[in-house]
Design a protein around this ligand. Structure first.
Ligand SMILES: Nc1ncnc2c1ncn2[C@@H]1O[C@H](COP(=O)(O)OP(=O)(O)OP(=O)(O)O)[C@@H](O)[C@H]1O
Ligand SMILES: [Mg+2]
Length: 260
């Protein structure tokens, strides 16, 4: 990445701890990260190291104890971040249809009528080429459909940055593969800067421009890896030499990290 480009997202010297039963638990320490416009970054790291905390800090859901997080705004000078969580069942309102769940973030702005929210929800689905049962309630939808609803909802305000926290972890293998393709397609269409947490190394590499490997808690940067694969990604790339080498490098470093 060119060093004279200003990053879209920059984290510097982040420190974050939680109080747990009167004890201080340091979760992120001396954490720096730069992400550039339109990049797809995957984050991979040991269990409980602080991955979700990192995403929540970027989203502004929680505050850091120290350090700075700078985000460059998009063309309309609006900083907007979309976030997708692992647990789609907890993320969707069960009493709302698919379509009315997608329009939810617009309600917070208090300036859109129900009709306008629906219009915009249709529009984002059309733009992203996502097919969903719009009148169904969450209990009537499959896991994949529910998570796609969450992704469409995260995209409705045309965010500068899309954050995904293990979005496909609860899905079966077949659905997961098709969701990876859909996410790749959405990213290709919108060029939204994307930060994707995954416990699955193949998925993490397959989708990303760069992979960030974290250390055990307190998390800091263990290593960055450039993914040497062309786009669009194809499944057959997973058996090619550059991919296999990168996967081995990441996993070796990961093992040494968790073995510490
Ligand atoms: N609100 C909180 N209060 C106290 N401790 C917390 C809180 N949130 C997270 N933790 C602790 O901070 C550490 C990091 O949590 P976090 O959820 O960020 O890790 P993670 O890498 O996302 O974990 P996982 O691999 O399970 O997804 C864990 O030990 C967790 O128990
Ligand atoms: Mg997590």
């Amino acid at each position: 990445m060119s060093s004279n480009l200003k990053p879209q997202l920059s984290l510097q010297n982040i420190e974050k701890s939680y109080d747990s039963q009167g004890k201080k638990v340091q979760v992120l320490s001396n954490f720096d990260m730069d992400v550039y416009e339109s990049e797809f970054i995957s984050i991979f790291g040991p269990n409980g190291c602080g991955k979700s905390t990192l995403l929540h800090l970027i989203a502004g859901i929680i505050d850091s104890d120290e350090g700075t997080i700078s985000i460059k705004s998009n063309a309309e000078d609006v900083i907007s971040i979309g976030i997708v969580f692992q647990n789609y069942d907890k993320s969707l309102l069960p009493w709302r249809t698919c379509l009315d769940n997608i329009g939810l973030p617009l309600e917070a702005e208090n300036r859109f009528s129900k009709k306008e929210r629906r219009k915009r929800s249709f529009k984002i689905l059309e733009e992203l080429d996502i097919d969903l049962p719009l009148d169904s309630y969450p209990y009537q939808m499959s896991g994949g459909q529910k998570q796609l609803t969450c992704i469409a909802r995260a995209m409705i305000r045309r965010p500068s940055i899309l954050l995904l926290d293990e979005p496909f972890a609860s899905l079966d293998y077949q659905t997961r593969i098709s969701m990876q393709e859909i996410l790749q397609d959405i990213w290709g269409k919108t060029n939204v800067t994307t930060i994707f947490i995954s416990h699955e190394i193949d998925e993490a590499i397959y989708l990303a421009d760069r992979v960030l490997l974290l250390t055990s808690r307190p998390a800091t940067v263990a290593s960055w890896y450039e993914v040497p694969l062309s786009r669009p990604r194809k499944l057959e790339m997973l058996s090619a030499e550059p991919y296999v080498k990168l996967r081995t490098d990441v996993l070796n470093r990961f093992r040494s990290e968790v073995g510490k």
